[in-house]
Design a protein around this ligand. Structure first.
Ligand code: IMP
Length: 192
């Protein structure tokens, strides 16, 4: 069976993909291949960062690989925090990052935002890009305690609750990550 690396250390994410591609690909994560490096994510786009990660594995381990990069884009903030989502305030503390977004949006009427995921799949020397987007608005206050990151202030279009108030199973059906992954799965299942 063809080997495919998912450039992540998250065991739960790996298991999900492994199940979905069972019988078709042998899915390995960074730990499985002994990649202990913290792969640099120094690009200024999601696509650039995802590609840095997938290419690193191809170049150092000679295995096909996919990697994802995600973040929040707020329209009135020139699409910030974008690739800096994880440490927008200078810290990795989600609450501090949320507070900075809310502060910057104070007095601004346009609260449109979107979460975006870009996946880079390096297969047989080619880079295939898959993108997932979910549109919504930034609330004025935090609501909910589920999820992570900016979930307490992101209300997806068509819902009157935030991602942090939504059951994980439901969020995982409609999220940016789910959309991008679904596109890659469709591609991979039709392949090989
Ligand atoms: P990553 O590329 O998936 O690690 O995402 C980078 C950062 O974007 C995270 O640390 C979060 O701050 C933010 N982010 C990405 N996806 C989500 C999400 O589904 N909910 C809330 N925040 C997210």
């Amino acid at each position: 069976m063809k080997k495919l690396v998912f450039a992540t250390n998250n065991q739960h994410k790996t298991e999900e993909i492994r199940l979905a591609l069972a019988g078709k690909y042998d899915v390995l994560n960074l730990e499985d291949i002994g990649c202990l490096t913290d792969i640099p994510e120094t690009a200024d786009t999601f696509e650039g960062n995802a590609t840095l990660k997938s290419r690193y594995v191809v170049e150092h381990f000679n295995l096909d690989c996919f990697a994802d990069d995600s973040g929040l884009e707020v329209e009135a903030l020139n699409n910030e925090p974008g690739v800096y989502s994880a440490r927008y305030s200078g810290s990795r503390d989600s609450l501090e990052n949320i507070q900075l977004v809310l502060k910057k949006l104070e007095g601004i009427g346009n609260r449109k935002a979107r979460f975006k995921t870009v996946i880079s799949l390096m297969q047989d020397g080619k880079n295939h890009i898959f993108e997932g987007v979910i549109k919504g608005t930034i609330t004025t206050e935090l609501s909910g305690s589920k999820g992570f990151g900016y979930d307490p202030i992101f209300q997806p279009d068509g819902y009157d609750i935030t991602f942090a108030e939504m059951d994980m199973a439901e969020k995982n059906k409609i999220s940016h990550r789910a959309i991008a992954l679904e596109k890659m799965m469709t591609f991979l299942k039709g392949d090989a």
